[in-house]
Design a binder for this molecule. Structure first.
Ligand code: C5P
Length: 221
């Protein structure tokens, strides 16, 4: 079978990475988590600046020469910033709070998109994010827009965070997700959008396995 390119977009906490990883594992494809790349940039911004000093200028200055690398080995994504592995530090509440502010900037996106397209050039990949079908890989073979109600997404994120040992509040998480979705949808450059040719998959009442099967059936069609 031809090595395909699969694009999965959607709002925060829709289960994109879980489902994308399962699809990739089933097909023996590489999974590319583009959210992790923007989180890596946000991580560096927070390492070098205090949260209340974050102007666009400060952010751009901090990430001007950033070197972000993704490694997908044995079904695990490792993320490196300037040669240091930061994989376990990207899903913190602090990074989640500032990532959209970093990701809205044109020169940050330009850098990441270049890398994303390079990683996708040989096919056999599943890439998830916000602008994959609309901008990064508009000729992808399969395009899926994965979503779920905000309540369900907050609940899933809550369970994930608790499992990782974070103290989180469900209502706060729902607020953070709502704010992030709004910022991602309303930004000028490459906003979160469902393209006309993407298949809408609402997983509010669907398990990750069911969503995986649905996507596999689209790929194998
Ligand atoms: O997918 P995840 O929730 O980890 O993404 C974190 C943030 O990175 C998003 O809220 C969005 O601001 C940004 N992002 C983006 N474009 C992508 C992937 C993520 O702007 N392709």
């Amino acid at each position: 079978m031809k090595k395909k390119v699969i694009a999965i977009d959607g709002p925060a906490g829709a289960g994109k990475s879980t489902v994308a990883q399962r699809v990739a594992a089933k097909l023996g494809y590489t999974y590319i988590d583009t959210g992790a790349m923007y989180r890596a940039a946000a991580w560096k911004v927070l390492q070098e600046n205090s949260m209340d000093a974050l102007t666009d200028e400060v952010i751009l200055q901090t990430v001007k020469d950033i070197d972000v690398r993704l490694q997908y080995i044995n079904k695990v994504t490792k993320v490196f910033v300037d040669g240091v592995e930061v994989s376990d530090q990207l899903r913190t509440p602090a990074v989640s709070r500032v990532v959209s502010q970093v990701a809205r900037l044109g020169s940050v996106r330009k850098k990441m998109v270049l890398l994303q397209r390079k990683m996708a050039q040989n096919g056999a990949i599943v890439m998830d994010g916000r602008d994959i079908a609309s901008y990064v890989l508009p000729t992808a073979d399969v395009k899926v827009f994965l979503t779920a109600s905000v309540e369900e997404r907050a609940k899933r994120r809550f369970a994930q965070m608790v499992k990782k040992g974070y103290k989180v509040d469900l209502a706060e998480l729902k607020e953070e997700i709502t704010a992030r979705d709004k910022a991602d949808k309303e930004r000028t450059i490459s906003p979160l959008v469902k393209t006309e040719d993407a298949v809408l998959l609402d997983t509010t009442f669907m398990s990750a396995d069911e969503a995986t099967e649905k996507i596999l059936s689209l790929v194998l069609k």
